[in-house]
Design a protein around this ligand. Sequence first.
Ligand SMILES: Cc1cc2nc3c(=O)[nH]c(=O)nc-3n(C[C@H](O)[C@H](O)[C@H](O)COP(=O)(O)O)c2cc1C
Length: 324
Amino acid sequence: MQTAFPHLFEPLQIRGKRLKNRIMSTGHDTCLPTDNLVNDKLIAYQRDRAAGGVGLIVLQVAGVHDSARYTSHVLMATDDACIDGYRQLAEACHAHGTVVLSQLFHPGREIMESADGLLAVAYSASSEHNERFRVMPRALDQAMIDEIVKGYASAARRLHQAGLDGVEVVASHGYLPAQFLNPRVNLRSDGYNGELEQRLRFLREVLAAVRAATDEQFIIGLRISADERDSQGLSEDESLAAAVALQGQLDYLHIVAGTSASLGGAVHIVPPMAIEPAYLAREAATFKLSLKTGWPASWPAWWKCGVLATAWRRAPPKKRFTTA
Ligand SMILES: Cc1cc2nc3c(=O)[nH]c(=O)nc-3n(C[C@H](O)[C@H](O)[C@H](O)COP(=O)(O)O)c2cc1C
């Protein structure tokens, strides 16, 4: 392990926090919450991960607005009642020196189920249907967009108050921020659609509101699909352009693949064992290179990848596997 990943047990600084190593537990729905709140079972579950030595835990999604309830057991950060549970969870993990973030989430049209079993009313950038859950969403009006942006900010304020170290905004897997970003899903005729900068407006407003509601030490990361792997999904060039444009507002970027919107794209949310380990290393390297060099996202990914591969081959062995 030490030979293959020589930096794995080295610390890593993200904004005001120092991770004791580079092992992270990614956000995953445990189905443990009851009443949409953190409970003793979830605290015990995450405490054990912290005791196991992981440097960073990203907690499962927390809904930021009432329209974000995509399952009956989703955690919600829409009320101050959530603060106490998150505080106990943060303290349990901090006791083991683990940094704790929570995902901030709005699924948009990706609504799986509702608490009472009735078809939920879903909202998105536009009335473009979802193939996998057969949901036809309503287009958000300006008042509701403003409310949802405020929801992200209030949720972040509560998590900050609870003592968490930061948040990861979920723009991956075709969820609401990705629905605004995607020109095949976002068909609006207002200032939230057009060129990249207009399609990024929703995310920019969210990130600015989260920073304003917290403080300068609070970590703000973004999870994004490098490629949604669907004919209607975000392409690698589109996601890369968004990441490059947003980097000034972010402390880290978390790359995944796929989309919840289609069966083919959803395979990548939890890649099955038939998919080889680290299959996104090429995409991660391309993103890292663009973010570090500032090379325009419009330059073809295959060309940048070729340059990277050449540099990689020429690098002396001890310089390989640099991850930060
Ligand atoms: C049961 C389960 C629930 C998940 N829930 C979330 C989630 O809430 N948010 C998210 O961004 N990813 C979620 N994921 C995806 C994981 O974060 C991760 O990207 C995926 O499991 C692939 O990583 P792995 O190969 O290490 O498992 C979930 C995965 C699983 C297995």
